[in-house]
Design a binder for this molecule. Structure first.
Ligand code: SF4
Length: 394
């Protein structure tokens, strides 16, 4: 049975009610239990647990150190393309946004990757909009093959594909696939995804299972916080993670907690998740899934990221650019603008300025990777740029 069938049978309304009405006693019980059930997790994300944040943080911190040591794994996103056939109301890359677009050539991707390598990175996340013509399976496999010798850790965050289409990318050396459901609220999902193949909620939800069948050994999931109620999304992510741990057990699981950031199109968040809520959720995920990687991006400001280092986060991006060519200026020569999805030539005045492709969203932590690594060290943790070597397992 796929997760879609399990998801449709989940008593989510009851779970949410349970969370909203949980008592301090329920939360204290959950704090001492192991393993936890989804009902316990509902208690840990409750308003009552927000009042018990200190013991929740202490437990999360102890569990994280016990399972992962005092280590933060660093990675950087490398945007390959900002072309996209979908319209997602909250995303700057949406097809109908009149932005500057480009798909990097494989040589340009290598140039970008080497700039990241210079900064110390050996784990990279290749990111692209969904555009099967520009970002094809062959293109992705070529990128991975070209980078594989220099980067032992390559993951992808790209448009969902068929299992068969993933296989050559895995063979080329990719180990991880990240796909956020964005929102697990079916009605809201339909409202926010107005055009393109992404409208198919079930197809997206089954992506990690197809990726696992194709051989990916790191699976990343998450919801975009700021769309539906955060407690609802958190319950769904937890149920999804629980399913993947039972059914895709050879893979390592990571959970990301992205909150909406400003972007082209100027979409405003529909719901609020405060910093305190985010801290609570990181700790609740840690207690529920002691061995899952928890990922924090540069969407969050430096101070909050530093505060979350000891509390349960295990992976962080640093020094990120969310536009293709952002690290070296690669691809500038073949930028184009699209208006309602149609390519238009840039005018002379547009070329006169220092143009670059449009980014997906604004980042909040603008520190360099070195500054982030130094801060991690000063917090008593070790920044890790590369966590294993292919030659050791060959
Ligand atoms: S969220 Fe992804 S699929 Fe949607 S417009 Fe942005 S890049 Fe395209």
């Amino acid at each position: 049975m796929s997760f879609v069938a399990e998801f449709d049978a989940l008593p989510l309304d009851a779970g949410l009610k349970r969370s909203l009405s949980a008592s301090a006693t329920n939360v204290r019980e959950a704090l001492t239990k192991s393993p936890l059930a989804l009902a316990d997790f509902a208690g840990l994300i409750s308003p009552a647990a927000s009042e018990l944040l200190e013991p929740l943080c202490r437990r999360s911190r102890a569990l994280t150190q016990q399972r992962f040591g005092k280590v933060i794994r660093l990675f950087a996103p490398l945007y390959l393309s900002n072309e996209c056939v979908n319209n997602c109301k909250y995303c700057g890359f949406s097809r109908d946004n009149p932005i500057l677009r480009v798909t990097l050539s494989v040589d340009e991707v290598l140039r970008e990757a080497r700039a990241l390598k210079e900064q110390g990175f050996r784990n990279i996340l290749l990111v692209a909009g969904e555009h099967p013509r520009f970002v094809s399976k062959n293109y992705l496999a070529d990128c991975v093959r070209t980078l594989h010798d220099e980067f032992p850790g390559i993951s992808l965050e790209v448009g969902p594909m068929e299992t068969e289409d993933y296989r050559p990318i895995v063979r080329a050396g990719a180990e991880g696939l990240v796909v956020y459901q964005e929102t697990y609220d079916r009605a809201l999902y339909a409202e926010l995804h107005t055009a393109g193949p992404k409208r198919d909620f079930n197809w997206r939800m089954e992506t990690p299972e197809r990726a696992y069948a194709a051989g990916f050994r790191r699976l990343g999931i998450g919801a975009l916080f700021g769309l539906a109620d955060w407690r609802f999304e958190a319950l769904c992510v937890a149920a999804h993670a629980d399913y993947l741990l039972r059914n895709c057990w050879k893979a390592q699981l990571t959970i990301s907690l992205p909150r909406l950031r400003p972007c082209a199109g100027e979409f405003e968040p529909l719901t609020r998740m405060t910093d305190r809520d985010l801290v609570q959720l990181v700790c609740a995920f840690r207690l529920m899934f002691p061995d899952a990687g928890l990922v924090l991006s540069t969407r969050e400001p430096a101070k909050l990221r530093d505060g979350l280092v000891p509390l349960g986060i295990t992976l962080m991006s640093a020094g990120s650019h969310t536009e293709p060519g952002g690290y070296t200026g690669a691809g500038k020569e073949h930028l184009h603008q699209t208006v309602h999805g149609r390519i238009v030539e840039l005018g002379a005045s547009e070329w006169a300025s220092d143009v670059h492709a449009t980014g997906q969203f604004d980042i909040a932590d603008e520190r360099s990777p070195m500054e982030v690594a130094d801060r991690i060290r000063r917090l008593g943790y070790e920044p890790v740029w590369k966590d294993w070597d292919a030659t050791l397992t060959a």
